[in-house]
Design a protein around this ligand. Structure first.
Ligand SMILES: [Zn+2]
Length: 304
């Protein structure tokens, strides 16, 4: 027993000068994390706090389906220790960016473990099944995203464990609060008014979780344009089913929905944030603000 305590004393004595010799900046060093789009960038900031420095490739109001990485993005990814992606086919441009950057860090796929939705997409007369990548549009999935990001940050930076766990716990509690509000707002809408039109099919998870039906002339990717036949079909559907409102999206061209609203008399209910957050100071600068804004917009447009 006395031997052991002598060893401990010796270790402490050795460690002390080492701690002084090592650069004092160590504790202030930040972990560089790259995120594919704004929803993930915000989540990493919420969970990583001051410990992380986040680079988000597709910025506010940007389209994550189609994106042209810049030389600056290549360099930023090369300098990053961690990359956070959505997966499920959202970021078709990422593989090339990863390759050209030579990135060798840890990849966190935020959707790991999410129960995915399959959708049928019609193209040139043939129907194919595809996985809907917009899983973040349900807060239940948002919790899984947060857990995956938290665990990935801890794995890549174990010294930050306590910070990541505490921030994630607070964030998960905030998600619970916002989800109660979203459920109350959508739940108060008359069932007959819960069918609406958006430009592209980004709200399937939202609809399935909170009880709404979203119909979109474009498919789950903004990359495919709606055909004249798709638009004609939706116009007939709006008239037949008395769809009360169409909603613009922050990431898509408003002209198509303007046209549909004109031809059907459906009102434009406002702008929903689908695949990107707003600028700082805008109505949806964080993931949770996006949900608050979307639920309020739907509620105000559809309850009257
Ligand atoms: Zn989308």
């Amino acid at each position: 027993m006395p031997r052991m305590s002598r060893r401990l004393v010796l270790c402490a004595a050795l460690a002390a000068p080492l701690a002084i010799a090592s650069p004092p900046a160590r504790a202030a060093d930040t972990i560089k994390v790259a995120a594919s789009f704004t929803v993930l960038g915000d989540m990493v900031k919420q969970i990583g706090g001051d410990r992380v420095e986040v680079k988000t490739f597709v910025g506010p109001n940007g389209d994550a389906h189609v994106y042209e990485p810049s030389p600056g993005d290549v360099k930023a990814l090369a300098d990053s220790k961690i990359l956070v992606v959505n997966g499920l086919g959202l970021e078709g441009w990422m593989a090339r960016l990863q390759k050209s950057s030579g990135f060798k860090g840890k990849v966190i796929t935020a959707t790991t473990g999410v129960r995915t939705r399959q959708m049928e997409e019609e193209e040139r007369g043939t129907t194919r099944k595809i996985i809907d990548p917009h899983a973040w549009q349900s807060l239940a999935n948002g919790r899984i995203y947060v857990q995956n990001i938290r665990d990935g940050l801890i794995a890549a930076d174990p010294a930050g464990r306590d910070i990541y766990q505490a921030n994630a716990a607070k964030y998960l509690a905030d998600i619970d609060t916002v989800e109660k509000d979203v459920k109350a707002k959508i739940g108060a809408l008359p069932p007959a008014r819960r069918k609406i039109i958006t430009t592209h099919d980004a709200f399937g998870y939202f609809g399935a979780t909170y009880g709404m039906e979203f119909i979109a002339p474009e498919g789950v990717s903004t990359g495919s344009e709606a055909s004249a036949r798709d638009v004609a079909k939706i116009i007939r559907q709006i008239k037949a089913e008395k769809v009360p409102a169409v909603f613009l999206e922050n990431v898509t061209d408003p002209r198509l929905l303007d046209q549909i609203a004109r031809e059907t008399g459906a009102k434009i209910g406002g702008t929903l944030y689908s695949d990107a957050l707003s600028e700082q100071g805008g109505p949806a600068a964080t993931y949770l603000d996006m949900f608050r804004h979307n639920a309020t917009t739907l509620s105000e447009a559809l309850s009257s």
